[in-house]
Design a protein around this ligand. Structure first.
Ligand SMILES: [Zn+2]
Length: 146
């Protein structure tokens, strides 16, 4: 499967701009195409980009490489004069706010954590997926059980 197809399973709007492998980690640079996006505060659409910022998010491995997504996130101007915000960040549905892992990676960690002991889970996950501590595994499992 093409790299872009794998990334688009997260969000169809993502495009891959660059890929590099450093110390066994695959960094995939991606961003969404500029498009009409709804302000999350008032719902009005805008396609005027204010600025961008970068989020680095761990994702499921590809060909045994640990994967980090380097996402260029767009901030759009809200043109609605009545809106209390002047800018808003585009929504990324595959990752929680302030999270450093994609939801699908957390789901995987949760699955491994529930089926094996936490020491074994840590070993398995660190070998193939992402460097993670016992505490993080337990936190993810607890979060999912809520
Ligand atoms: Zn708005």
């Amino acid at each position: 499967m093409e790299l872009e197809e794998l990334i688009q399973e997260l969000d169809k709007k993502l495009i891959v701009t660059k890929k590099e492998i450093i110390d066994g980690i695959m960094y995939i640079y991606c961003e969404t195409k500029k498009q009409k996006t709804k302000c999350k505060y008032c719902g009005e659409e805008s396609e005027t980009v204010h600025s961008t910022y970068t989020r680095i998010i761990s994702d499921l491995p590809i060909q045994n490489y640990k994967v980090k997504l380097v996402i260029k996130v767009k901030k759009y101007f809200c043109n609605n004069e009545k809106c209390k915000k002047t800018t808003f960040a585009e929504p990324l549905n595959f990752v929680d706010k302030n999270a450093i892992r994609t939801k699908r990676l957390d789901e995987y960690i949760n699955k491994v954590g529930l089926t094996t002991s936490s020491i074994e889970a840590k070993k398995q996950i660190n070998e193939t997926h992402v460097d993670i501590s016992n505490n993080t595994i337990l936190r993810i499992i607890k979060k999912k059980q809520k």
